[in-house]
Write a protein that binds this ligand. Structure first.
Ligand code: ADP
Ligand code: AMP
Length: 215
């Protein structure tokens, strides 16, 4: 099973991917997470990507497709969830090639539909556990006990440097200009399923699971 979670920044791709990982043993391939790890480690890719990410622009297609290929070779368990990739038509072509070279294919492209107005609020309220990476939101998904991660019990949290209103606007413009145009490509192949991303987190998960279960 290979699925793409597609939607603008803050649509809930990472949140849903984490749930599918926990519940189904799928593997999340998030280019954003891979790039942030590269920046943190100070690798050559990280050095190239840092300023681009801070500006909310897109890192080069060649870099992100190479990261995805490496991660696919590390194994994708019971299935791969592509989160934040592909983001351009060139990346969509690269993914087709990466899959076909490995004798695999795409099963579904799940588009999370959200109101743009809600996205800024979602992103500026977003934070994650500094230890295990579980995602939270100040209003929509607080830890059960304040300041304690539900999953690992840590009490250190972090926010992304690009999660500010100005950068979010650039990221949304990039989405509209470069990512939204790939949806018709997948539509013409009959792969796109739309899910209401404005629903509660649990309801969104249920809608995705019913697609994965062929319902
Ligand atoms: P993406 O990976 O698409 O950028 P995230 O999954 O990180 O988005 O979600 C952005 C923020 O919105 C997070 O803080 C998350 O907790 C919150 N969130 C995700 N899905 C929902 C939802 N359905 N309703 C309300 N808040 C949500
Ligand atoms: P994300 O975690 O998906 O919100 O991505 C954070 C940032 O990483 C983006 O704003 C881009 O700068 C960069 N990025 C992540 N994935 C990609 C991709 N597939 N193509 C280009 N840039 C990406």
């Amino acid at each position: 099973m290979n699925i793409i979670l597609l939607g603008p920044p803050g649509a809930g791709k990472g949140t849903q991917a984490q749930r599918l990982v926990e519940e189904r043993g799928m593997v999340q391939l998030s280019t954003g997470d891979m790039l942030r790890a590269a920046v943190k480690a100070g690798t050559p890719v990280g050095l190239q990507a840092k300023a681009v990410m801070e500006a909310g622009e897109l890192v080069s297609d060649a870099i992100v497709s190479a990261l995805i290929g490496e991660r696919m070779d590390a194994g994708t368990g019971s299935g791969a969830i592509f989160d934040g990739y592909p983001r351009t038509a060139a990346q969509a072509d690269a993914l087709d090639l990466l899959l076909s070279e490995r004798g695999q294919a795409l099963d579904h492209v799940i588009e999370l539909g959200v109101d743009e107005d809600a996205l800024v609020e979602r992103i500026v309220g977003r934070f994650t556990c500094a230890v295990c990476g579980t995602g939270y939101h100040e209003t929509f998904k607080r830890p059960v006990v304040d300041n304690v991660c539900d999953v690992c019990g840590a009490s250190e949290f972090k926010r992304r440097p690009d999660d500010n209103e100005q950068t979010v606007r650039t990221r949304m413009a990039e989405y509209r200009a470069k990512t939204a145009p790939i949806i018709p490509i997948y539509e013409s192949r009959g792969l796109v399923r739309r899910v209401d991303g404005m629903a509660d987190i649990g309801q969104v998960t249920a809608a995705i699971e019913s697609i994965l279960d062929g319902r």
